[in-house]
Every structure is written in C-alpha cells, then in structure tokens.
Design a protein around this ligand. Sequence first.
Ligand code: ATP
Length: 407
Amino acid sequence: VRDFVEILVIGDELLSGETCDTNSHWLDGALESIGWQVARHTTVPDHLEAIAAAFEEAARRVPLVISSGGLGPTGDDLTMAGLARAMGVSLYRDQGVLESIRQRFARFQREMTPNNEQQAMIPEGAEVLENQVGTAPGIAARLLGAEVYLLPGVPREVRWLFEHRIRPRIDRQRAAMVRRTLKVIGVGESRLEHEIREVIAAHPAVRWGFRTLGMENHVKLAAPPEAIAALDAAEAAVRATLGPKLYGAGTDTVEQVVGRALRARRETLALAESCTGGLIGKRLTDVPGASAYLLGGVLAYANEVKVGALGVDPQLIERHGAVSGEVAAAMAAGARERLGATWAISATGIAGPDGGSPEKPVGLVYIGRAGPQGAEAKELRLPGDRAAIREITASAALDWLRQELAG
Ligand code: ATP
C-alpha cells in the first residue's frame, strides 16, 4: 500500500462559493505522481481553533499533511497560529524572513505596513522554506510524528513551493498509478458492473471504478506500476466481455471514433437535425480534419424544412407527427440522398420544457440512420432537462452510427 497524505485548504472564501479549491486538485496529481495516495481533503474556515484541530486530527491519521492558504498579512490569516497551537508552541519573529519581506517590498518599491510583519511570525521549531515567487514563505514542521508543510493560497506560489521546496523532500520515487478508462454509451453503470462482475472478481490487484457522464459510462481501472500485467489482463478481459458495446478508451470521444471509422472506410456522412439544432454537427466538427468525411447537414427544425430541404413526405408528418420513427428515418434518408453521402443520421424529439403531451412526453426522441441498406429509426425516452436531452440525443445518434460502422 502507498503512504497516505491529507490536504488541508484554509480560507472562508473556499466555503462561501467565492473561490473554487483548485489547489487540492493540483496537489492530488502532483502527490500521486511521486508515489503518495491522497486520503482526504479538508476545507477549514479562517478560525484559529478550527485550524488547530484540523492539523491535529490529520496528523493523527497520516504521516504527511500539506496545507494551503492563510499565510497572508491580514487578521484572517491564521494558519501559522493554528499550527503553533496544535504543536503547543508559540510564534517567534524570524529575522531572516522579516529581512526578505523588507527586501521584496524595496525591490517592488512598495511601502511595508506593520501587518506585513505578521508573515515573519513562525511557530517555534518550524523550518522556513524560502519562497522566490511571493512574500509568504512555506513552512515545514513536525506534529505528532507527522511531517507538515504549509503553503500560501495563491495557486502559482503553491506550485512553485511544492516543486522546488517540498517535492525533493517527500518524493517516494514511485511511479504514479497506471490508469485506464474504457467507455460505453447507453449502458447504465449498474448494468455495466453486472456484465463485467466476473472480470472484476478475477482481478483483485486492480482498483475498479465507474463514472457516469450524461449517456456515457466509463469503467476505470487503476493499478500500481508493479501490477501492470494484471491491469493489461483485466483490460483485455473487459474488452472481450463488452465487445462492440465499448466505443473507445482513454481520451477518445464518440465523434472521434466515428470520424476514424469513416476515414478508414473512405465513406461520408450527412446530418438531418431537428431537436439537436446542429449539436451533432458541432461535435463532429470539433474534431480537426472532419472535412474528410462530414459533407454537411440540414438543420430541419420546421416541418416545411423537413419537407422542402429533406424531401420528407408531408403525409408522414401528418399521419405520425414530426416526432416519430417514420419521420426520423425519412429525414436520414433524405439527407443521405440530397447530400450524396454514404451515411446519414437524424434526430427529432421533444427536448422540453414545453411541447410534451401524454402520448409524446418531453424526452421522447427518435434518431434515424440511413445507409446503403436503407433507413431505420430508434426510439429513446430520455431523462433530464433540455440541455441534457439534446446532448444525450447527439451521443446516442453518433453511437448508433458507430455500431453500424463497427459491425
Ligand atoms: P497571500 O500571501 O497572497 O495572502 P495566503 O496564504 O494568505 O496568501 P489566501 O489569502 O488564503 O492565501 O489566498 C490568496 C489567494 O489564493 C486568493 O486569491 C485565494 O482566492 C486563492 N486561493 C486560496 N486558496 C485557494 C485554493 N485552495 N484553491 C485556489 N485558489 C486559492
């Protein structure tokens, strides 16, 4: 097992919705890359007792504690005093730190105010870590047998001090965990876990996780570098079990995978979008080089455009409604024919919040797919708000084409 580390971030602004704690996020990656396992993040208000208690509790649990914030010159910067209280020592004025603060002010021709001297108040027995990119130094100390490091709040200073002053002292010289991500669309996480339960049971050296993103679900595999053979075997077993349900891995997106398949087959694609309003086209053209396979599309929102620009039979719309499988298939067939593409996909649905009815509720969507063998449609009943329904529809339509191209 890896050694555990806890991160404390200190500041009222991190608890009031003003500032997003990006320092913990950055430290997570930096610590993991040198062999530590982050066990906990704690966010603490600018309150002396709360800060002292947070240091003490963390130091009882783990051998390494890193804090950020509250080293500034103002009355709400209490991290030094909080650590001193937890250590049971007093603060002393460090002449070296005071001198470097003076020099920094002189260099930038700014006048020092008396409260700036607070940044030179250091817990007895602590070690000063010189900060070349800011006023507040970092601090190294011991508390209850744990190593404790204090960093300022400014993200640039956190990164500099970590890289130059802390990393060399705590580097465990162990490579980061190796991670793999395998991605599916339209298979829920509970079903996904159920389908690969035997693979999971057979690979206990691998840490398994699941993540949901809209219509996508990701299987996450992680293992230390020494267990990479087990990781490879587990990944191969997941791939074999899920087969064509898997659309990609790592940083793949479904629009990239569709693009790669079309390019390899030297085939082209056209679009007919109603409820997605161009989102499918937007996602496909996010991929550089999409002009090699994407011909274009028709944003057919109004019925007249479905009829006039895509050649949808008005009687189909009258009989089944614009939101129907018949119209979705006809839209795809029309786009394919009018644009002269190998394939076409379409989407028509009720994205809400208005426009639903008992027979056709919000979230009812039809996607269409047309190719050399003809056109067909698929019904989806989607949860979520307008934005989610449109995003999921685009993913589903792209994945439906991907499955056809893969099969
Ligand atoms: P300074 O000497 O600049 O006052 P400090 O140690 O007192 O440094 P804070 O006053 O707590 O740090 O924060 C300084 C700046 O850094 C603020 O702009 C704050 O929003 C930002 N900051 C503080 N903590 C974090 C964090 N965890 N993630 C991202 N930004 C943060």
